[in-house]
Design a protein around this ligand. Structure first.
Ligand SMILES: CC(C)(COP(=O)(O)OP(=O)(O)OC[C@H]1O[C@@H](n2cnc3c(N)ncnc32)[C@H](O)[C@@H]1OP(=O)(O)O)[C@@H](O)C(=O)NCCC(=O)NCCS
Length: 242
């Protein structure tokens, strides 16, 4: 697919985090509000995870959990300071208000601590084609948060936002990221050669897609997912926030 001309805010999902220059920009985007979610994101409740709008007080836990080498190895560098995360969070609100983008905090059941994020951003006008991305603290991997959270984000993208085609890019070396996308029902369309520059080296990325019609046709599988995810209990992980 031909990419739109470069705009700083559009780096958010493909690389997970935008460059600092994007979210420190003072100019507010022009509001193109079309639906209610642009005023405030819905709170999505699952059996083991809740997805909600990011808030400024999420910055400490996101800084602690998303900046480890294990978590950030295959994504663009996250902010490295508390202020950097606070600016990122404010940027997500501006982008949501403008109707370009939605970013959910991943909150395990029984807590109000954000341990990750799911993002959806528009690639074409009116969100017909969009891209999603996700990152969760490694202490919470394999615990059902991604499985259930991704189901809710897909429903949000296809039913609330009206996305037709949802893309995701994952570095080919990112076994877990690609495994997660496969598990979410995405189709592997191909490899984008040397499409991601990280640490001075270009990386190939897999391009995964989900079409709204495919997602609807897989409705039964989604029900199975809900059943499976209900067997996960709330993670018991102590988070150290510095
Ligand atoms: C991507 C991420 C959110 C997924 O969350 P998670 O809790 O690890 O996901 P899950 O464990 O539910 O699913 C991952 C799947 O990949 C599989 N997997 C793990 N390592 C794998 C590998 N090397 N090759 C293939 N599959 C692999 C897992 O077995 C699992 O499938 P299963 O549940 O059927 O066994 C999380 O790993 C993360 O934050 N990673 C760092 C950031 C990142 O890479 N983001 C994605 C960018 S596209």
């Amino acid at each position: 697919m031909e990419q739109m001309p470069y705009q700083p805010h559009q780096e958010a999902v493909q690389k997970i985090f935008p460059s600092a220059i994007a979210y420190t920009a003072s100019a507010e985007p022009v509001a193109t509000t079309t639906t209610d979610w642009t005023a405030s994101l819905p709170v999505l409740h699952g059996q083991c995870v809740t997805l909600r709008e990011l808030k400024r007080s999420d910055a400490p836990s996101l800084l602690a959990l998303l900046t480890t080498e294990e978590v950030s190895r295959f994504i663009s560098p996250p902010p490295t300071t508390l202020v950097g995360f606070e600016q990122f969070i404010e940027w997500t609100h501006r982008q949501r208000t403008a109707g370009h983008y939605a970013c959910f905090a991943v909150v395990p059941q029984g807590s109000d601590v954000a341990v990750g994020i799911f993002q959806v951003r528009s690639l074409e006008a009116n969100f017909t084609t969009a891209e999603w991305g996700f990152v969760i603290g490694s202490a919470y991997w394999g615990r059902g948060l991604f499985a259930e959270g991704s189901e809710m984000v897909l429903e949000f993208a296809f039913e609330t936002v009206g996305v037709h085609r949802l893309e995701a890019r994952a570095s080919v070396e990112n076994g877990r990221g690609n495994g997660a996308l496969r598990k979410a029902g995405a189709t592997l369309e191909g490899t984008l050669r040397q499409s991601f520059l990280k640490d001075g080296r270009y990386h190939d990325q897999h391009l995964w897609t989900i079409l709204d019609c495919d997602w609807r046709a897989e409705g039964g599988r989604r029900a199975e997912f809900r059943l499976a995810s209900s067997q996960h209990t709330a993670p018991e992980v102590a988070i150290t926030i510095h």
